[in-house]
Design a protein around this ligand. Sequence first.
Ligand SMILES: [Zn+2]
Length: 258
Amino acid sequence: MRKRWFSLVAAGLLVAGTLVPATPAMAAPTFKVPFPCGQVWSGQTRTNHSPANAVDFNRTDDLGDPVVASAPGTVDRVTDLGGTSYGKYVRISHPGGYHTYYAHLNGFNVSVGQSVGYGRVIGYVGSTGGSTGPHLHYEQRLNGGDIRVRFNGALALYWGTRNYTSDNGCSSGGTATGTVNTSGTPLTVRSGPGTGHSAVGTVADGAQVTIQCQTTGTTVTGTYGTSSIWDRIGSGRFISDAYVYTGHDGFIPGVPRC
Ligand SMILES: [Zn+2]
């Protein structure tokens, strides 16, 4: 779960083009949507964009939302151009002559020379530079020239607007880490996904747990609201997701159903 109950109350990987047989082209990085795992963003391409192949991303109330590295690489620019052009932008250098650009940011969360991986927050959506409203201006470049954007090897929509769902930084092993939050008392571990199953132990408030899979069971109201999701944290060991911070409301992307 992500939202706190209290706050609710209160308020193809190869580069397209010619391959030279003697020296095979280096595979492009596997670029991912530049937002955290599971988020859905509207991406727009248009012929009058500068540069033409850039994508502008939006979602509701996106000002200040985290922007994450599209692929592993090294941050080589963290620059503020003031009220013109990109405004505050980050550039990441990737193997093979590729760069990604993240522009009009509200703020930075990396510095030049830093190595970043998938899911790493590099800055926040803003409206700096030559921007008329909050959005992320995103580019992929090869050897300095802008190229048509691909995510997981699939070409973005040219031209038009469509939704993109991020799998950037999703747990790769099919498990996720959660943090138990009971505001004090230990959380009861059950042999199955519900309060009717026998208690087989407890987990301390603040403990980190590895969630192997999730399923539905007894509806429970806890620290993070009301949920019928139960997290399996071991063989024959289940806890209510209503007391576990996972960063997601509902099921966690990439984690299987039990
Ligand atoms: Zn743009």
